[in-house]
Ligand binder design. Structure first.
Ligand code: SF4
Length: 226
């Protein structure tokens, strides 16, 4: 199946929440500057995403083959037990915002712009996920991302990009030699329908991570994936 491209993802930022996270009072000179940056970013930003419906050809012990491409991860393989199709995806805040933020001067202003881009990416990801879930009438789903666990290293990004075809041409996202995405405000992964609750964070012991979405379960790997 050809990838589906969404070039019109919504930007819907919680401005009050963002100001609070930046510890900036709306009624202040800093508040005015942040609001002006948000206005410009919303005007310029064109977040995009792409996904594809892909099918599982083979489940090994430590690997899975999806549309002819082999992914090496025991956790991915176990999570895909009983699953027949998956949805590899990439979502990006977009090159337009990256180029805009490069023109901003001042360390504080650059920091604010960075956080605004993150908020736009989160908003775009919500819209993208809602569209994908609605298109295939998916109920509970989970996501795995190459590079978020030792078990599924970042170099597997190359395969994910291959699975999706030409993400650079479709949505302007490319990989560096070290497999990081450009624009950096981009997310990639594989979504799949499942009855089991799974978050990468359950297997990640990193302390004080601001992005943590589930508590670390030190026994989960032993119990479910060994
Ligand atoms: S705890 Fe943080 S670093 Fe670990 S998987 Fe979750 S978001 Fe990623």
């Amino acid at each position: 199946m050809e990838p589906v491209v969404a070039a019109d993802l919504k930007i819907d930022i919680n401005i009050g929440g963002l100001l609070q996270a930046l510890r900036v009072d709306e009624v202040s000179a800093d508040g005015e500057s942040v609001l002006a940056l948000i206005e410009a970013a919303v005007e310029i930003g064109k977040p995009k995403g792409m996904y594809k419906q892909a099918f599982i050809d083979e489940l090994g012990d430590q690997h899975v083959i999806i549309d002819g491409i082999r992914f090496d991860s025991r956790v991915l393989r176990v999570n895909l037990d009983g699953v027949h199709r998956v949805f590899p995806y990439i979502v990006t805040a977009g090159r337009e915002l990256d180029e805009w933020s490069m023109t901003i001067e001042g360390m504080l202003e650059q920091y604010w712009a960075d956080k605004i881009k993150e908020a736009i990416l989160r908003s775009a990801f919500r819209d993208f996920t809602a569209r994908l879930v609605a298109a295939y009438n998916l109920r509970t789903t989970a996501v795995m991302n190459p590079g978020s666990l030792e078990d599924w290293p970042i170099r597997e990004q190359v395969k994910l990009f291959d699975l999706l075809g030409d993400p650079q041409k479709a949505i302007g996202v490319e990989l560096t030699e070290s497999c990081l995405m450009i624009p950096t405000k981009s997310l990639s992964g594989i979504r799949f329908a499942t009855e089991i609750t799974f978050e990468n964070c359950q297997l990640c012991s990193r302390e004080n991570c601001p992005g943590r979405r589930a508590p670390y379960d030190p026994l989960l790997y032993e119990n479910r994936y060994k």
